[in-house]
Ligand binder design. Structure first.
Ligand code: F0G
Length: 350
């Protein structure tokens, strides 16, 4: 059977009816890949799976929430949608708005989003504003405009976004046959950790699973408002997707952490980038820097005994590595320029 996307797959758990026009790009159904090399090489006694959300239609997890948010916007008669973004939300909003025939308006922090994401918003013909300010400033403007004008906000303040994103937790439980013991996740605006916890909780209440995981959130060192319990005025990190100082879903994330007996801590840019290259080189999994934060947190805190040995962990990798080609080039060897076969053979040195 042709896979129909997250709304059709999990309709009974979503706020849709027969009257909801479903706007979908067949998002979801992303692979859950077991790590083979990293746990062995680093001496980590855990079964670790990567939920590779970079394999969604616009190459990030945002598509799960966007299909629901855009479908509901169309159902409610909206003609335009708007978001602030560190890049992935704007890429997804632009694509789903194009699919629905809606106008998309996006505000991104100027010179602070990865190239691939900017390209996506542009090619899908969104109206793109580059703000001389950061993500938090952009979100403030978007909230003001959408509260006063007839345009639908599609940041994760929009509850339909969380509804869609929770389907990733359903998929994990469906494919493992149970919930994992731990779920590691990058935390930026804090919508995704909130969504996963909603998903696990609903599956538990419906008796689809008999335990819930501990939610393990990780923030970049220079952009860790939840860890430090204060707004960060000028957040800094190479993981531009999570360069956020005042997360919109802050309270919900804290609630998810508390209810799940979870844990939140920081990882440095260096630790994020080490994990980013490790995943690409040792496992063949290419994710964007912010996405590597989940596994980077596991690798950093495992030696402190934060994870019980022998347990199952899922790490969400939120976006594809191709989103940020500049970082990939910076993190890799340069191509070797040659002209003749002899030069190649000499360098390979069989
Ligand atoms: N990873 C990636 C690749 C992201 O793009 C984001 C958020 C996150 C993690 C964090 O998820 O915000 O739900 O805690 N990106 C948003 C955007 C802010 O505008 O694309 P979160």
């Amino acid at each position: 059977m042709r896979y129909p996307g997250v709304i059709e797959s999990y309709k009974e758990y979503l706020p849709v009816t027969d009257k909801t026009p479903i706007i979908s790009l067949n998002e979801g159904n992303t692979p859950l890949i077991e790590l083979r090399t990293i746990p062995r090489k680093l001496g980590i006694d855990l079964k670790i799976y990567i939920k590779h959300e970079g394999l969604n239609p616009t190459a990030s997890f945002k598509d799960r929430g966007m299909t629901v948010a855009i479908s509901k916007a169309v159902e409610e008669g909206s003609k335009a949608v708007m978001c602030a973004s560190t890049g992935n939300t704007s890429a997804s909003a632009a694509a789903y708005a194009a699919r629905a025939g809606l106008k998309a308006i996006v505000i991104i922090p100027k010179n602070a989003i990865a190239l691939g994401k900017l390209v996506q918003a542009l090619i899908h013909n969104a109206m793109v504003f580059a703000l001389k300010g950061n993500f938090d400033d952009a979100l403030e403007i978007v909230q003001k405009i959408t509260s006063e004008y007839p345009v639908t906000l599609v940041n994760s303040i929009n509850p339909y976004r969380l509804e869609g994103q929770k389907t990733a937790a359903f998929e994990i439980c469906d494919s493992l046959g149970s919930a994992p013991d731990y779920h590691c996740i990058p935390v930026g605006n804090a919508g995704n950790i909130t969504s996963y916890w909603m998903g696990y909780t609903q599956y538990y209440e419906k008796k689809k699973i008999n335990k819930k995981p501990r939610m393990m959130g990780f923030q970049a060192k220079g952009a860790a408002p939840i860890v430090h319990d204060r707004v960060i005025k000028d957040p800094q990190t190479v993981a531009t997707a999570i360069k956020i100082g005042n997360p919109a879903r802050w309270k919900d994330a804290v609630k998810a952490l508390k209810e799940s007996g979870g844990y939140i801590n920081i990882v440095s840019d260096e630790e994020i980038l080490n994990t980013y290259t490790l995943l690409a080189r040792e496992e063949g999994i290419f994710v964007e820097p912010a996405s590597a934060t989940s596994l980077a947190g596991l690798i950093k805190y495992y030696p402190e005994g934060i994870f019980e040995k022998g347990k199952t962990v899922v790490c969400t990798c939120t976006g594809h590595g191709l989103k940020d080609p500049d970082m990939a080039i910076k993190s890799s060897k340069t191509p070797i320029v040659v002209k003749k076969i002899d030069e190649i053979l000499k360098i390979i040195d069989f």
